[in-house]
Ligand binder design. Structure first.
Ligand SMILES: Nc1ncnc2c1ncn2[C@@H]1O[C@H](COP(=O)(O)OP(=O)(O)O)[C@@H](O)[C@H]1O
Length: 179
């Protein structure tokens, strides 16, 4: 039997709740999963080409990021938490969760982060224009892409339950597949 757990990508516009979901999922998952906050990893390992002070964001060196992640992904049992997903190779994820949030609520969340106004606007527009979900659908098979609302604590709880259930079934399928 394979002891390798799934690779789950949790993506969505900044502020939709990726890290909140990933942290809770790492605790509640029936198989141990390592939560990788990709934005933090980029900063820790200097995996960026430059820092754009106007937008207060790092321009990521995608090749170095993928090289850094590759061995961890190969080992499995990972939650990748990032606001974009299209750079990850199609073979990497077993599940891609795209979190969605009403844009007025998202605006409030981003304002609390003290983002510059143009960064709040840019992210808000991206949420309205469904940028991340379209990117996910264009990059991965439809059956592994799941869109979940993340507006309330009830949403958060039911999303975690759904993902935990998915992991249980995935794990069972893996075990049966290797018999
Ligand atoms: N489903 C939810 N219900 C209520 N608050 C949420 C929910 N998801 C996220 N939040 C809140 O929104 C803010 C941003 O969440 P966070 O997980 O940091 O987002 P992201 O990782 O996508 O940038 C946090 O204050 C978090 O507590």
């Amino acid at each position: 039997m394979s002891s390798k757990g799934p690779v789950i990508v949790i993506t969505g516009t900044p502020g939709t709740g990726k890290s909140t979901h990933a942290q809770i999922l790492a605790q509640e998952s029936p198989v141990p999963l390592r939560h990788i906050n990709v934005g933090d990893l980029v900063k820790e390992k200097n995996l960026y080409e430059e820092y754009d002070s106007e937008w207060q964001s790092h321009i990521v060196d995608e090749d170095r990021l993928l090289d850094e992640l590759e061995p961890t992904i190969e080992a499995g049992s990972v939650i990748l938490d990032w606001h974009t997903c299209e750079i990850f190779p199609e073979r990497w994820p077993d599940l891609v969760v795209v979190l969605r949030c009403d844009h007025t609520r998202l605006w409030d969340r981003l304002e609390k982060r003290n983002y510059p106004l143009k960064k709040i606007q840019e992210n808000n527009d991206a949420e309205i224009m469904e940028v991340v979900i379209e990117e996910a659908r264009a990059s991965y098979p439809n059956e592994i892409v799941v869109e979940l609302r993340s507006e309330s604590t009830e949403d958060l709880e039911s999303n975690i339950l759904r993902i935990v259930e998915w992991i249980t079934v995935w794990q069972k399928n893996q075990t049966e597949g290797s018999d």
